[in-house]
Design a protein around this ligand. Structure first.
Ligand code: XIL
Length: 350
């Protein structure tokens, strides 16, 4: 294995996991866990235990999973994750209560004037009350901004915007606050990572939305930055610093919710991909973790054994992405050491 990027301090346990490192700075580290993993892959779960203080369901809390039919809720898969998390003393994030994807087929046709608001409220009430007191955070709404859709307030042209207009965001946060006040309420977003023109438009729109939600006292508490990164894309650390500082200055906390680094634009050689992926993540994390409003980091999976990227952004050579901290054999990669180094370098939270 190549030399780790992090030198172990004298006397430090070499086995210190990412969450233990994060905790030394007042931060947390965690990862998304999918349903197959939770029921079938014990070695993987042991690694989750070793590196994580918090987990999030990759699908288990989404509408299609918990609300498969109009009058039927099904919490079996989410509860399997809760049982695992409880046994390992891990906190859990809920993801998500309103999104344009991950919905059951019945939902969109059912959203009519006169029914849509009740459907949204009933869903959020039922789901948040079911888990009340047991979840650390809720991603209340997911991916609501998309200036290129040319809709009101630069919001995404989603089923919820079509059915309810921008008020769906207020409704979602108000219901979540009323039904599970203890879970940190997060607005989760992607595509704000790079100095690309469409991402600059998105950052501006997102900051505008956050200011508006604050001004109208909508009970949003934190911003989730998904951080689905692309190793071939140039990073501008000043842009990132300014963005997280602007979010923090409005009083929001920040969580890095879904970090991974896709590499389909890099040549196949594993060692150079691992080096590029690790350096990329470190370059992104350093300015973000320097912001005191940031509470912690989760990756979207922990090992290359399972990543959504292989389906979503397949490489031409059909190799798997090297996107996550552990390789498919569950061994630490350069990315693991880069995340460890970024956590170690983060200023201490008070
Ligand atoms: C993805 C899952 O990883 C996939 O398995 C699923 O098919 C689609 O959703 N942003 C999000 C996550 O907020 O919910 C997405 O998860 C990845 C992008």
């Amino acid at each position: 294995m190549a030399a780790p990027l992090v030198a172990m301090a004298a006397g430090e346990a070499p086995g210190l996991g990412l969450n233990q490192r994060a905790r030394r700075r007042g931060l947390f580290f965690g990862a998304a866990v999918n349903d197959d993993t939770v029921t079938k892959d014990k070695p993987y779960l042991d690694k989750i235990d070793a590196d994580c203080g918090i987990v999030v369901g990759e699908a288990q809390f989404k509408w299609a999973d918990v609300h498969p039919e109009p009058d039927k809720f099904d919490f079996a898969r989410a509860e399997a994750l809760m049982t695992f998390a409880k046994a390992r003393k891990l906190r859990v994030r809920g993801h998500t209560l309103a999104w344009h994807e991950g919905n059951p087929d019945w939902l969109e046709p059912a959203l009519k004037p006169g029914t849509a608001e009740g459907i949204l409220r009933t869903h959020i009430q039922t789901v948040t009350k079911h888990f009340a007191g047991r979840l650390a955070h809720w991603d209340v709404v997911n991916e609501v901004v998309q200036p290129d859709d040319k809709q009101v307030h630069d919001l995404r042209a989603s089923l919820w915007l079509r059915a309810l207009g921008p008020a769906y965001i207020d409704i979602a946060f108000q219901e979540a606050a009323a039904c599970d006040p203890g879970a940190l309420r997060v607005i989760n977003e992607f595509g704000t990572d790079y100095p690309l023109a469409w991402q600059e438009r998105k950052r501006v729109a997102f900051l505008g939305l956050l200011a508006d939600l604050r001004a109208r006292k909508v009970p949003v508490q934190a911003v989730g930055l998904q951080a689905h990164l692309d190793a071939a894309e140039p990073i501008d650390q000043k842009v990132l610093s300014r963005f997280v500082t602007d979010i923090a200055s409005m009083g929001y906390r920040i969580i890095v919710t879904e970090l991974d680094v896709r590499d389909q634009r890099l040549p196949g050689d594993i060692d150079s991909r691992d080096t590029a992926v690790a350096a990329h993540a470190k370059a992104w994390l350093d300015p973000v973790l320097a912001c005191p409003a940031v509470l912690g980091v989760l990756t979207w999976g922990l090992s290359d054994r399972h990543s959504w990227l292989n389906e979503k952004f397949p490489r031409d050579d059909k190799l798997d992405h090297r996107a996550l901290p552990l390789d498919a054999a569950l061994d630490r990669k350069k990315l693991w050491y880069a995340i460890a180094a970024a956590l170690d370098a983060a200023p201490m939270r008070s």
